[in-house]
Design a protein around this ligand. Sequence first.
Ligand code: ATP
Length: 763
Amino acid sequence: MRSEQQFVSLIHERLDALREQAEDAVRTSIGQVSTGRQAMVERDIRVAEHSGTVTTLNAVESGLCFGRIDLDDGATHHIGRIGIRQDDAEHTPLLIDWRAPVARPFYLATGYSTMGLRRRRHITTEGRRVTALHDEIMDLSDTTRTGHEDPDGDAVLLAALDSARTGRMSDIVRTIQAEQDRIIRAPYRGVLVVEGGPGTGKTAVALHRAAYLLYAHRERLARRAVLIVGPNPAFLGYIGEVLPSLGETGVLLATTGELFPGVRATATDTPAAAAVKGRVEMADALAAALRDRQSVPDPHIEIEHDDGTLYLDRAMAEDARARARDTGLPHNLARPHFAFSVIDSLTEQLAERLGADPYGGPNLLDPTDVAQLGKAIATSPAVQSAIDELWPTLTPQDLVADYLTEPTHLPDGDGELIRRQVSGDGHWTDADVPLLDEAAELLGEDDAAARAAAEAERRERIEYAQGVLELSYGSRTYEFEDKDEEDAEILLAHDLIDAERLAERQEETDTRSAADRAAADRTWAFGHIVVDEAQELSAMAWRLLMRRCPARSMTLVGDPAQTGDVAGCDSWQRILGPYVGERWEHVRLGVNYRTPAEIMAVAAEVRRLEDPAFEPPSSVRSTGVGPWVREVKPADLVRTAAASAVGHAASHAAEHGGDGRLAVIAPAALLPALAAELPDASWGVAPDLTRPVVLLDPRQAKGLEFDTVIVVDPEAVLDGSPRGTNDLYVALTRATQRLGIVRNVTVPPRLAYESATTGSTGS
Ligand SMILES: Nc1ncnc2c1ncn2[C@@H]1O[C@H](COP(=O)(O)OP(=O)(O)OP(=O)(O)O)[C@@H](O)[C@H]1O
């Protein structure tokens, strides 16, 4: 214990020193007086880099070192959240990053396959104090004993699983299990699907995999950023601290509803409407609706022009439309082709009329006259507005908003389900975001103006860079008048960088992190995408995500048995087939780390309603306490649940002080009444999960966990939606310790509650 304490103190001192260096560097950089654009940008980059280091060092402080491996050859390595090196000339490693190959035996070695280990040690700390050691002897011929042997080898894991919850997910870096480690370190390329029942660590594994990939492919992923997609903002808040605690901050966490820059989804769809909007057929419907916007006049549009009336007739417009479509360009980018064709035809029409030889000879206008006529037509506002009418420039928002007020190209009835009452931009829902993205693809960005502006800016920068080079060339002749060989080399460098290259280098100096830039850019291609609760995503949402990851490097985690969304997919092959064919890997996690066996026995009953042979993932723990069930009249459901919640919350407070969390999970319709009975509870669209008591509907509970869960009116949850079975399964599998069920006595029980014991109600 003493020697480990010395080591832990030493690495914390080193951490302090590194932090001080980084803080000093921030202060120095801020204090530097920079003149000139380039110098200021470089200063900002330095400040951002050093501040990032300070943030990382602060975040990894708790539990910095958690393990040690002793090898057969006598070497020992301490394992920690990040790698730390000594301050000596060789930069000798002091603490090994858990992601480094050297650390791997810490997670994988067993008595059968020791991977060269003699002993594995778990080090438990509180702040900077070592409080416990747990040793596993791997080499059974080694008779040395430390007195800290852990006979079962899982005391640390069980302590982690038993600990009171805080409303924020914590990392599992100390106790990653072998089956999880293999997934975390799976190769970077390709699509990996991780499937597993509730509590099997899918979320934990996905997040640790993101941290691992950032470590192993830092160069590429720091530049292209990693995107983590979760089902709702509350869930993203719940998992938000895991990656920083692993020293990783350059990750973008978002729901699919947040992936169209400039749009915030504030409205909600009915489940039926979301289901229609999520179907892949919507892509064709939108494309067809857009073609409808590429119209032709019947029979013609009359355009008043200085040289006489022009007739933009149907054949002319059809020809222009065919030419524009033939380019294969998106709508807005094809528009100039349509416009040119129309202008040409109108010019020809006018030229024929004005230059007609009354004696039947050739046209009297020469090419210059015709060009003049064409120019006047092209700049005529009346012609422009006719072109606009037939082939309007559209934004994705225009197209989707118009489409939703008049939905077409869908089977009967579906259109009615998604028809919007409010017209115009705004009032977007999560399910609209993939439609907007689809529309953006169909329309293409008319970025001609932006490109012209960028080109003008580039020229300005080249001129500026040219000025810098001239200045530095001037100073060279001044400073290095008596140039020797070394100076000549410096001169060579000046000569090699030309102004254009210098300007490009400046272009790279956007001080925002890749994740921040990605968040603002619809067309950003991420280096890797992790999708949690992947079963919830609609086909349209998958189209959006696949566009964001052309490299198809993805980790998808989910459990089709928990799909709540009607638009959600139930077959991985159906989701992935269109994008990667059969080239995706499927792995399973089979151990439930969250839900004790007694609770899982009741939850399994729900799945057996649909699949009598269903076997739940095996629980790693059993608490000896079964769920309790109370049967009450409908009028008493809320009061009984609230009273039980108060009782349990009081025992959490007594047992765990500030920790310990409770959720009441009830059909959405009961939440306002429950909130009235439990005024201190958090609830609503984005509930604060760090509060002692939280009220949720089953969908909101997805992915979360609490020490105690009270499920209200399970039969109503079952009947509440087409995926009611899945919703109830989710609700019943959220507890780490205790589950209570308050059910309506007037409806026949649909689960075999007798497998639940009627233990303490806590009220
Ligand atoms: N190796 C481990 N060490 C410690 N805790 C673990 C380990 N694996 C999983 N856990 C814990 O088990 C709980 C469930 O994990 P997680 O939320 O990742 O499961 P899940 O499969 O995503 O569940 P669900 O599908 O129900 O959302 C979490 O508290 C997690 O920290």
